[in-house]
Design a protein around this ligand. Sequence first.
Ligand SMILES: CC(C)(COP(=O)(O)OP(=O)(O)OC[C@H]1O[C@@H](n2cnc3c(N)ncnc32)[C@H](O)[C@@H]1OP(=O)(O)O)[C@@H](O)C(=O)NCCC(=O)NCCS
Length: 312
Amino acid sequence: MATQDRVLLPAERDLALRHYESVFGVGTWLFHTAHWGTSESGWAQTFATFDDGDLVSTVDVFVRPVRDEQGGQAIMGGIGSVATAERARRQGHSGRLLEMAIAWMHEVGCDFSFLFTGVHAHYRRYGWKDTPLRERNGRVAESGPAAGGVRLEPMHVPTLIDRMGELYAQDNATRPLTHARSARYLRSGTVALMLKPDRAVFTYPGAADLRTYVVAEFGDDRVSVLEAAGDTEGLAPLGATVREAARERGLSEVNLRLPLDPTYDPLIGALAVDVAEAPCAWMMAREIRWPWERVAALFANPAAHHWPLDDF
Ligand SMILES: CC(C)(COP(=O)(O)OP(=O)(O)OC[C@H]1O[C@@H](n2cnc3c(N)ncnc32)[C@H](O)[C@@H]1OP(=O)(O)O)[C@@H](O)C(=O)NCCC(=O)NCCS
């Protein structure tokens, strides 16, 4: 059988989206947003293996500007959509595509690479190492400060995204590892990730005059806080609103995807009790242009953070 490894052509997008869907079993929205948020062409760099003309394996690279340890800019190569059709596994396809992705990240000047996985051994073979950041977990408080602010209607999220983008940019101007979101990313990636059906955006004091926002995800057994930005005055009332929304749904567990920064204490205090830190074991990184020591130090920095609205 003739096997060919190459960069995917724009005309082959639909083929790739069907491939992702068949391997991951989820809708194509994540792939659309990650690609559209990265490139004007609507398609980031995808490496693909064809076996007798059939697409059997893919690796995507999303090149993004992120903050370095000093608040300056670093270039991150995010690896995503790593998928081999079941019938074509254990033939080395994914491994070869990861090697192509590494060579390309060197070519385009990435400083380091970052990915999320449950199959760490696959990536360890090619030089990625465990670099867990930190999250916090707790229980939903029974009571606390008064709720305030409003829940945005989904149709208002795109209208208000530029304002939320400004608040995000102010809060994360020097926070290590955070994405310096472009207008393109905000309007495609951030909006799409805010509009997932199990998520809600809460703003304070109102919608059009928002000065603070919080994004929460209501799962089957827990509520997660995925993002918060803006005036600290709005954090306690919005934390309380998330607490009340979680209690209405009968949720008792809280997951906090917030930086370890006392700025967020009013939100956490209004929402949760028994809060404890836990490692995000699914995160791995690899050196590209930077030496490994610098990559490791960036992830070990207690201020470093990855916001889930930047997932890829
Ligand atoms: C993870 C995944 C992408 C691996 O794809 P793959 O093309 O099978 O990967 P490779 O062939 O490079 O490596 C897989 C295994 O085959 C082995 N292998 C590689 N070439 C081989 C060959 N010629 N003969 C026999 N085995 C081989 C590798 O050593 C590896 O073994 P191990 O997992 O037991 O250590 C694939 O299993 C998949 O799509 N899984 C579902 C989606 C997923 O989890 N994606 C990762 C998300 S982060």
